[in-house]
Design a protein around this ligand. Structure first.
Ligand code: PEP
Length: 252
C-alpha cells in the first residue's frame, strides 16, 4: 500500500510586497502550526523569499520559488540561480507553470533544463503540466500531457526523481473559477501515473506525488482530496489569504 504525503502549495505569483508577504506568512504560520500530516509550501515573489523564510523557518511551512534559471551564475540579467534560491531558504521550486509557458516563452526543453538544474542543486521541483481548453475539447488532453511529461523529464533517471512533484494544472481551470471535477482530476492523475510507470516503473509511479491545480478553494478541496491519485493541490488565488489557504491545508 503506497503512502504519499499530501503537499498543499500556495503560488503567490506576482502578488504581495515583502512586508505584505511577511504579514500573510505570519498569519498562516499561526493557523497551521500544529499540522503534521501534510507538507505545506508557499512560493512568494523573489523579493519576499528571505523575509518570509525568517517567519516560517521553524514552522511546518516550507519555502518555494516560482522559477529559476539553470546556470549557476553569470551574465544573465534578470535571472535567478538554484544557489541563490537555496541561500534564501527555498526547498521547492515551481517549474513550467502555464503562465511562464504562455507569457515568457518557456518550452518543454527549457522546462527540462530547469528541472535538471533543480535536481542537481537539491531543490524539489514541482513540474507543472496541463492542457488548454481547445486541447481538451479536441480530445488531445492525454497526448499533450504525455508529451509534456516525457519531454520535461528527458534524460532524467529514476534515481533523480525521488523528490519531484507533478502538478496537473488544466489551463482552462487556472484563475477562471472553473475547477476540474474530481472525476476529471482523478482520470488525468491516473493517466499521469501510468506515464511515469511506463517510463520509470511501478515503484516510482506509486510514490510520486501528483497535485491538482486550478481554482482550488476551501469549498472544493475536500472532494478533490478524496480521489486516490490526487496527492495535494497547487493553489493560486485562494493561497493569497491566510484564512482560506489555512482551511485548504486542513482539508477533510
Ligand atoms: C496556479 O497559479 O497554479 C493556480 C492553480 O491558480 P488558481 O488557483 O488561482 O486557479
Amino acid at each position: 500500500m503506497e503512502i504519499r504525503r499530501p503537499l498543499i502549495a500556495g503560488n503567490w505569483k506576482m502578488c504581495k510586497t515583502g512586508p505584505e508577504a511577511v504579514e500573510t506568512a505570519k498569519q498562516l504560520v499561526a493557523l497551521v502550526r500544529d499540522v503534521t500530516e501534510v507538507d505545506v509550501m508557499i512560493a512568494p515573489p523573489f523579493t519576499a523569499l528571505s523575509p518570509v523564510y525568517d517567519v516560517i523557518r521553524e514552522s511546518p511551512v516550507a519555502l518555494g520559488a516560482q522559477n529559476l534559471f539553470w546556470e549557476p551564475e553569470g551574465a544573465y540579467t534578470g535571472e535567478i540561480s538554484v544557489g541563490m534560491l537555496k541561500a534564501a531558504g527555498c526547498r521547492y521550486v515551481i517549474i513550467g507553470h502555464s503562465e511562464r509557458r504562455q507569457y515568457f516563452g518557456e518550452t518543454d526543453e527549457t522546462v527540462n533544463r530547469k528541472i535538471r538544474a533543480a535536481i542537481r542543486g537539491q531543490l524539489m521541483p514541482v513540474l507543472c503540466v496541463g492542457e488548454s481548453e481547445a486541447e481538451r475539447v479536441s480530445e488531445n488532453t492525454f497526448s499533450v500531457l504525455d508529451k509534456q511529461i516525457r519531454n520535461g523529464l528527458k534524460n532524467i533517471s529514476s534515481g533523480d526523481l525521488g523528490t519531484l512533484v507533478i502538478a496537473y494544472e488544466p489551463i482552462w481551470a487556472i484563475g477562471t473559477g472553473k475547477t476540474a471535477s474530481r472525476e476529471q482530476a482523478q482520470e488525468v492523475h491516473k493517466f499521469l501515473r501510468s506515464v511515469i510507470e511506463k517510463k520509470y516503473g511501478n515503484l516510482l509511479a506509486k510514490s510520486i506525488r501528483i497535485q491538482y491545480g486550478g481554482s482550488v478553494k476551501s469549498n472544493n478541496i475536500d472532494a478533490l482530496m478524496q480521489m486516490p491519485d490526487v496527492d495535494g493541490a497547487l493553489v493560486g488565488g485562494a493561497s493569497l489569504d491566510a484564512e482560506s489557504f489555512g482551511r485548504i491545508v486542513r482539508f477533510e
